[in-house]
Write a protein that binds this ligand. Structure first.
Ligand SMILES: [Zn+2]
Length: 243
């Protein structure tokens, strides 16, 4: 080969290498972005059961009302009164840092036949960014604080924000906790109109559903009795039963 041919050959080889490398890099970056988005989506989509297996159903012809984020010293007693008056039992997922000072209320929840579960200690929205040790410590503390007040509380856990990831999965395994999901989400923390929310719930709820509510929300308290009466009129029971 002549010198110009060698130079041309090297130049072509260099151009192809740069092209292939750049295409390959774009491909790798695109792949990494897709994988990251997929894993993020799965971490926020409890129903996919990608990281943690969860229970999503109650028994047939029964509706399990579940209340997150309590105890609430003002609203939880009203919710308990309504449930008692209507012969219903439900499930309460309590935030560990809210337990102190509400011990009598928590014991009342248990004594009136409702199921208790943990909802982490901190309920921190940044929990998904924590390392394995911090995640485990928060979940463990939330459950332990509950057991100090009600030793017979179940080994149930409701992931805050429906968030799961490998660290949360490892923490639940370590603590022997079972994840409880939901099949109907009320969005009662953002809804403003009780009539519209009641309509949505009565249209969506069927037998064996687990309904996600919050006993911290005035809107939920305001429509609870009407919702219970409507469900009972359809011959659905309202018991704290998991499938
Ligand atoms: Zn919550």
């Amino acid at each position: 080969m002549t010198k110009p041919q060698v130079v041309f050959g090297v130049a072509i080889l260099a151009a192809v290498t740069i092209l292939l490398t750049s295409v390959s890099n774009y491909y790798l970056i695109a792949l990494m972005v897709c994988v990251s988005l997929f894993l993020f989506g799965m971490s926020m989509f409890l129903r996919a059961q990608f990281f943690v297996k969860s229970i999503f159903r109650s028994s047939e012809n029964n509706v399990l009302l579940s209340f997150d984020d309590g105890p609430d010293p003002l609203n939880t007693p009203i919710v308990l009164d309504i449930l008692k008056k209507n012969g219903a039992t439900a499930m309460f997922f309590l935030i560990g840092k809210k337990l102190k000072g509400n011990e009598a209320l928590i014991r009342r929840i248990h004594e009136e036949g409702h199921l208790l579960g943990s909802h982490s200690f901190s309920h921190d929205p940044k929990m998904g960014l924590w390392d394995k040790a911090r995640t485990a410590a928060d979940i463990e503390k939330g459950h332990e604080e509950l057991l100090k007040i009600v030793p017979g509380a179940g080994d149930w856990y409701r992931p805050p924000f429906g968030l799961t990831n490998p660290n949360i999965a490892a923490a639940l395994m370590k603590c022997g906790l079972k994840s409880i999901g939901w099949s109907v989400r009320s969005f009662d923390t953002v809804k403003k109109d009780p009539t519209k929310l009641l309509d949505k719930l009565t249209q969506e709820i069927k037998g064996s559903d687990i309904v996600l509510l919050h006993d911290t929300q005035d809107i939920t308290v305001s429509l609870l009795e009407t919702l219970i009466l409507e469900l009972k009129s359809r011959n659905l029971t309202l018991k704290a039963e998991l499938n």
